[in-house]
Design a protein around this ligand. Structure first.
Ligand SMILES: [Zn+2]
Ligand SMILES: [Zn+2]
Length: 278
């Protein structure tokens, strides 16, 4: 039973968070040999044998026989009953983290769909150990959104009979297009990191312990999957997915997640809108 990120041994840990790297886990993220481990009530330490086919207590939620509190197997510490007991991980990683097995294009499309339709499930399965991969996903999603909206714009021009005129020699125009494209990619990258770090700062200011900046960057990057939606819907959707990701991947409470995710968008909106009103 090891941390999916840093491989720290998690037997006996009841906080639901790896003491070494801060990644979240549940006892039910693992399976055990039947009857090989005890699950301990987090109120009174009463032990329960893991008896079902996954070696977990059945049912998963029940009333503790000793202290009468409601307990959930997911939140219980696990104690091996003999030497050499292992917990096999049931958390298999987010779809994009398994792109080498699934094929990159298929994994990308599945990830786009999963983040848009089932973000909680998506982030719950993620290992959160692949920041570079997440950032690449975020940039590609941003480029797709740009390509989508340029296509819509050109289609609209065509349908309305308006032809955008481009001045300059073809080589110069190509050069400018490439520059604009690179600037766009740069802007997507800067925004992802700026947004992620604003969230980290907000969470620290609210006294949230153990915020893993790498995981926040991944949440923001995956949330880019919704960018091809119609503005301004995509902005609100993006923020909503980030809030879900903070809850599921970093186990931040809903209130704090909402405040942290809203901070930079609200500040930006103030800077853009207020000067126009004044
Ligand atoms: Zn760890
Ligand atoms: Zn108890």
């Amino acid at each position: 039973m090891n941390c999916t990120k840093c491989h720290y041994l998690l037997f006996g840990v009841s906080s639901g968070r790896c003491p070494e790297c801060g990644v979240l886990f549940s006892a039910t993220d693992f399976s055990f040999e039947r009857g090989s481990v005890h699950f301990l009530c987090h109120h009174c330490q009463q032990s329960y044998l893991g008896t079902d086919s996954l070696g977990l207590p059945h049912p998963r939620t029940f009333t503790c026989v000793r202290c009468k509190n409601a307990v959930n197997a997911a939140q219980m510490a696990v104690r091996p009953l003999r030497e050499g007991v292992v917990g096999e991980p049931l958390r298999f990683g987010a779809i994009w983290e398994r792109r080498r097995d699934l094929g990159r294009i298929r994994a990308f499309l599945h990830t786009m769909t999963a983040v848009c339709t089932r973000p909680a499930d998506f982030f719950r399965a993620a290992f959160a150990s692949d920041r570079a991969g997440a950032v690449i996903f975020g940039v590609i999603a941003g480029i797709l959104a740009l390509a989508f909206w340029v296509t819509i714009f050109l289609l609209a021009c065509y349908l309305l009979g308006y032809s955008p005129t481009i001045a300059g020699s073809p080589s110069r125009v190509t050069f400018q297009l490439i520059l604009t494209f690179l600037a766009f990619v740069g802007a997507v990258l800067v925004w992802m990191y700026l947004y992620a770090y604003s969230i980290c700062i907000a969470l620290r200011l609210m006294g949230q312990p153990g915020v893993d900046a790498e995981s926040v960057v991944q949440v923001v990057a995956y949330a880019n999957a919704v960018l091809p939606a119609i503005p301004p819907i995509c902005i609100f959707w993006h923020i909503a997915v980030v809030i879900v990701g903070l809850k599921e991947l970093l186990s931040i409470g809903r209130g704090r997640a909402i405040i942290a995710a809203m901070l930079l968008p609200l500040l930006t909106a103030n800077m853009v809108i207020l000067p126009k009103l004044l």
